[in-house]
Design a protein around this ligand. Structure first.
Ligand code: MN
Length: 366
């Protein structure tokens, strides 16, 4: 029998959203709570048998009251068995909201600081997990080995970092290969890992299901997974976030209408998205950042434009110089002056600009 699961982590509900103004930050926190509903909806739609929550569901160990209530409501309504392992942000302790939630038997929160197991005989399965008891943790998986029994699958839900040195439950590759687990559902790192394997143990972390800042750009989501009878594992990434963060560069050197160039870039995303755009290249006049930001209004949820342009310089100024730059400019100037085709002349000018940037080791070539 295949076992199907949804694996999520790092929702970080009630994050402060410091990059946004107060009203938008509050709106984002409200939207974040929607993630829980969408997650349960995904479990329902996919028919998954398990929901594995690998920690940092809340951004702090003291969540807003309405978030705890929503957690109770969502997890209680989840049609699958739910297993939750608290992480370094939502660590388990006397004041934790996890101590107060009234949950049905289908939901299990791991509270011990060492691996414990819950039997799920109807699925031929045992689910392991343990909890952070503070904002840091030593190695929780070291020395662990689940006794394998024919016909029974072993899964663990765990917050931690696959790294030899980490303050957040460091996990070494040999801890994983020696664990005897069929699947290790991790959380902590905010970028999805893809399906990984050490020995016979498959493992992964899904990343955060929705970005919260410009260090969490792009598509975010959760994993839909299947464990088959032969010990195989398959994962499918399922986007869950409502808004994406983009951090992009925009070269305005050749742009006749900077606002139009910016709008074209913004239109490559969705109207819900959040952007930071670094404009770069050579300009005759200093760019009007406020005007650019106004031009982008209505095309995205929030936009921030930062200036990395520099004044246009006299291109051939150093053509006579006795240096690599001088030689380069001399050769191209000759080509430019003997060329009659205007399109080719423009290409030569562009080549000179790029060449000068490269010779300066400018970051703008990236
Ligand atoms: Mn974490």
């Amino acid at each position: 029998m295949n076992i199907t699961f949804v694996h999520a982590a790092d929702l970080h509900l009630d994050s402060p959203f410091q990059g946004l103004d107060e009203a938008r930050a509050a709106q984002r926190r409200e939207e974040q709570r929607e993630l829980l509903r969408r997650l349960v909806e995904l479990v329902r739609a996919s028919g998954a048998q398990l929901l594995l929550l690998a920690g940092d569901l809340m951004d702090s160990a003291l969540a807003y009251r309405e978030t705890a209530a929503l957690l109770e409501e969502s997890l209680s309504a989840c049609p699958a068995r739910v297993f939750l392992a608290p992480g370094n942000h939502d660590w388990y302790g006397p004041g934790s909201p996890y101590t107060r939630l009234r949950l049905p038997e289908t939901v299990h929160i791991f509270t011990a600081p060492a691996p414990e197991a819950v039997d799920v005989p109807e699925l031929g399965l045992r689910v392991w997990g343990c909890a952070f008891h503070g904002p840091e943790s030593g190695a929780l998986l070291r020395g662990f080995s689940a006794p394998r029994q024919p016909g029974r699958r072993e899964i663990m839900v765990l917050h931690g970092e696959v790294s030899l040195r980490s303050a957040y439950n460091p996990i070494a590759p040999e801890d994983i290969s020696g664990s005897g687990l069929h699947y290790l559902a991790l959380g902590h790192n905010h970028s999805a890992s893809g399906l990984r394997r050490e020995g016979r143990t498959f493992y992964a972390w899904p990343g955060c299901p929705e970005g919260r800042g410009f260090d969490e750009c792009g598509e975010k989501g959760v994993y839909l997974g299947t464990l088959d009878d032969a010990g195989g594992c398959a994962l499918e990434f399922h986007p869950l976030g409502r808004r994406r963060y983009h951090r992009e560069e925009l070269d305005l050197t050749a742009a006749e209408d900077p606002a139009a160039a910016l709008c074209a870039l913004l239109d490559s995303g969705a109207p819900e998205d959040i952007w930071r755009v670094y404009i770069k290249g050579e300009r005759d006049a200093a760019p009007d950042l406020a005007a650019l930001e106004r031009a982008g209004e209505g095309r995205c949820f929030a936009l921030e434009v930062r200036d990395r342009t520099r004044p246009r310089r006299e291109l051939w100024a150093q053509a006579g110089e006795d240096s690599l730059r001088g030689l380069f400019l001399g050769r191209l100037r000759q080509a430019y002056e003997s060329e009659t085709d205007e399109a080719v002349r423009q290409r030569i000018i562009q080549a000179v600009r790029w060449g000068l940037q490269a010779l300066e080791g400018g970051e703008e070539l990236s």
